[in-house]
Structure formats: structure tokens, C-alpha cells
Ligand binder design. Sequence first.
Ligand SMILES: [Zn+2]
Length: 322
Amino acid sequence: MQKDIDKCIAGIDIGGTKIALAIATPDGKIISKDRFSTSSENGAKAILARTAIKIRELADEARKDLIGVGIACAGPLDIKSKMTINPPNLPGWENFPVGETVEEQLRVPVSFDNDANAAALGEYMYGAGRGYKNLVYITISTGIGGGVIINNQLLHGTGDGAGEVGHLTVLPDGPVCGCGSRGCLELLCSGTGIARRAKESVLSGRETSMTSLVERVEDITSSTVVDAALAGDPVARQIWNETIRLLGIGIGNILVTVSPEIVILGGGVSLTGERLLAPLREFVYSHVRILPADRIPIVTASLADESGIYGALELARQSLNT
Ligand SMILES: [Zn+2]
């Protein structure tokens, strides 16, 4: 739009280890971007002040007037009041008014959502979800989160709980999750969960080649499990197969609830690509019988670790257009 030629929007993606930011044209074309570490010792206010200064610099360099900001933030959050509640990956950010602080610093309207919802929106608008009206995005990294888009709209639900797929029960008598429930998908199948199950196997005395792939047992990650499983290690194979089975149960339950047009997987564990996707599709498509599940593609995110920043920009763009 001609009238928007001198304007820009900004997106901020606040994660446990880094803040990514970008400025873009009002229709979402990125002009420039930056990222720096979330040095939590500096506190939320100092980090957001640094972020705001950087956004101002980028907008000035591009000779554009900033008109709106979207923020994707690690949860749990109070989305309506644009505050963090008690994010485990952001120590020192308890009950912090993120939206209000950035609004004061940059003097433009701020829209705010959790990082998984924003990533879903980013993939929907700019990534693997383009052209679909109904999709489910699932991030499998240190935790498991998700976002659900129905009829082109993010679903928030009661208490903003929609899309919290990391807390689907996949093992009713399983170990206790941080949320207070038992056998949650995140606890068992996040990168952290996969690694923890592998370490427990090693510490219980099972013979496995995983120990030869790392210096110390603590260094075992989900990648160690995948590598050892594909090399034929029986213990790693058992852990990886169980991961596929539990993820498959969770995704199968999502399919029969939402019946989306596509399921998009993001996060570090999804970078294993077909080594994850091929057996996962096979499990899901053979277990979900009530609907034509194999017409629902299960794919990896195409924006990789930038789904969140694209989603933050889309939050800004949508709020300015409504
Ligand atoms: Zn849980």
C-alpha cells in the first residue's frame, strides 16, 4: 500500500535463551532483523529497554516510522493483560508487564501472544501452512507447545489453554509432570524428556552404545538417541520407538478432535526430519481410523527457528488491520 511506504512494524520473539527481533513493512516483508541472548541477570526491564533501542535503531536506519509491535513470549502468560505469569525459562520475569513496558518504551500499540501460538501464526502466514485455513502447529524442543488455527483464526480458548498439546495425557499412570498431571506428552517426548528417559536407561545399568557417543551420561541428548537408534542400538531404538508411539497417540488425538488440513512440527526435535516424520505418519495413519487421516499431511515447519518472529510480525499486522 502506497500510504504505508514510510511505515514499519516490529516483531519481538522472547525465548529462554535469546530475543529475536525484526522490523518489516506493514504487510510483513522483513526489512532487517537482529538477535541477542536473554541475559537474565540483567532483568526483564533492562532486556526490553535494549530491545526497544535496537528496534528504534533499525527503524531509523530504514527511515521508517514504527506503527505497531507484536510480541511472542515464552509462557505461561496472561495474554489479555500482556503479562508473563511465571515462565520457567525466563527467571526474573514473574508477573512482568511486558506489553505495557514495550508500549511505554516505543509509544506504539503492542499485540501479545505466547511463543507457540505465534509460531503457528508465522507458519500459517509465511511458512508450511500457507494456503490452509485449519492447521495445528506443534513445537517439540525443550518443551512441547502448540497452536491451533481454525478458519484462519488462532484459537485461544478458556484461559488461553487451546493448543497446550504438551499436556495431552499419553501415559495415564506415567510420571508426574510440572503441570501437576501425569504422563504428559511434554514430559516424555520433548527433547528434554527423550534425553531424560535415555539417561535413566543408562543409569539403570542397561548396555547401550549411547554412552560411547558422549563423554558423560549428562551429555546425552535426543540427538544421541536418534543417532544410536538408527545405528541399531536396541536401547536407543526402544526409546525412540516409544517416543514415536507416544507422539503418535497425542497427534492422533489431535486429529480426531480438530481434523485440521495439515499438522506442522517445529522445534529442535523436528529437525530430525524424516527419521521422525516417516514412522510418525505410519503410526498416526494406521491408528486413526474414523477419518481419512492420511489426507492430513504431517510436515516440518519451513521457517525453522524463525516461525516465532514471523508470527510476532503477523500479530502486529493483524492488530493494525482490525
Ligand atoms: Zn503436564
